[in-house]
Design a protein around this ligand. Structure first.
Ligand code: 5CU
Length: 364
């Protein structure tokens, strides 16, 4: 499908570090890991809110070696022509743990393990990482940011939209954002919770709508609230990379501007309309369709957009030929970039050069 001499960097790729998976194995409320349904099959991952309650999702999804083994990550990268990956812990990170010393210590170990994974011989110098925060403790998270900044392969932190429990516009988070900006780290903002949607008679939709719509709606809402809090007037250097092309933000930015401008209470708190700040954020290109890529390029600076895969999520359902098989989820994201009619330099930027620059990565 795709052959490129450009450096390809995957900024949206996850791992469940072994100690984290072990923690989930010992839990019986969401998030948790269930034993295999049948002998010889993989364990099952149950992580999304309410996933255990709905008939169509209660068995979760298989969690095999691709979710935790660095060699599988590299095999996947080789198969898809990916030169470098910036790996992050997968959701729901440490969001569900209380602000205890145990959680703070776990976060420190997660970050050391992430650094070690990048240094693993099997990684052959092709991995970087985003760190994990014990986010229910702001003070603990600030200390962890100081540690992350000293780990040579970590370039930022992955964060969900809950903050320490009250969303990203919680004033309690300001010192944490200040620390992240001071250390020139990037926040990779990723959804997990979805949004409350009207009740429906048909609940048999599996994970599809929570992932396709709930995730991007959540990002859209959380980032809009963050912007309305005025954080970017206070911290113009705070760098945010938004998962899934910013949810629906490139598409809805005009409406957000108009509604804010017509609301004097909110407008008076901001120095600029929301799209001014949104255009300065960073976006992955995990949107699976050229319309989404083109909308993001059209809206934000094309230098702010970066290729991602969401590995190890969305693997092929069945391997028809038994051999290594390219992932449809990856190929749709690649095709959305390479077949979009965009300028060659824009395409090369999205595939890798923008990430090399933003995250200060050494090309292989
Ligand atoms: O399939 C899923 O549940 C997910 C998830 O939880 N997180 C993610 O990044 N992609 C897919």
């Amino acid at each position: 499908l795709f052959k490129s001499d450009a450096c390809v960097v995957d900024v949206h790729t996850h791992v469940y570090l072994p100690e984290y998976l072990e923690l989930l194995r010992h839990r019986n409320t969401v998030p948790f890991v269930l034993p295999p349904l049948k002998k010889g099959e993989d364990e099952r991952l149950i992580i999304l809110p309410g996933e255990d309650k709905d008939h169509s999702t209660q068995n979760g999804r298989p969690v095999g070696a691709a979710y935790y083994d660095v060699r599988e990550k590299i095999k996947f990268m080789d198969l898809h022509g990916i030169d470098l990956s910036v790996v992050s812990l997968a959701n729901p990170w440490l969001d569900f743990l209380p602000p205890t010393q145990t959680t703070l210590d776990l976060a420190t170990r997660m970050n050391v393990e992430m650094e070690e994974m990048c240094l693993d011989k099997a990684a052959a110098g092709r991995l970087y990482g985003f760190g994990t925060l014990p986010v229910t403790s702001v003070e603990g998270s600030i200390k962890e940011v100081e540690r992350i900044a000293k780990l040579p392969h970590l370039r930022g932190v992955i964060m969900g939209t809950a903050g320490c429990g009250k969303g990203l516009d919680d004033p309690e988070l300001i010192p944490l954002f200040e620390a992240i900006a001071r250390h020139q780290l990037v926040i990779f903002l990723h959804p997990h919770y979805g949004v409350s949607l009207p009740t429906s008679a048909n609940t048999e939709v599996g994970h599809s709508l929570a992932l396709a719509l709930g995730f991007p709606f959540e990002t859209t809402y959380a980032v809009s609230r963050l912007i309305l809090s005025g954080i970017f007037d206070r911290l113009p250097d705070l760098r945010l990379l938004l998962a899934h092309s910013g949810g629906t933000l490139p598409f809805l930015a005009g409406r957000l501007d108009s509604c804010v401008i017509h609301d004097p209470l909110v407008a008076s708190r901001l120095q600029h309309p929301p799209s001014y700040y949104l255009k300065r954020l960073y976006y992955d290109a995990v949107i699976y369709h050229e319309t989404g890529v083109k909308a993001t390029v059209d809206f934000a600076d094309p230098k702010n957009i970066m290729f991602g895969t969401d590995h190890p999520f969305f693997p092929p359902l069945e391997n028809q030929n038994g051999g290594p098989e390219r992932w449809m989820s990856v190929d749709s994201n690649l095709a959305a970039i390479t077949d979009s009619g965009l300028d060659k330099t824009v395409v090369q930027g999205i595939l890798g050069e923008n990430a090399l620059k933003l995250l200060n990565l050494s090309p292989p």
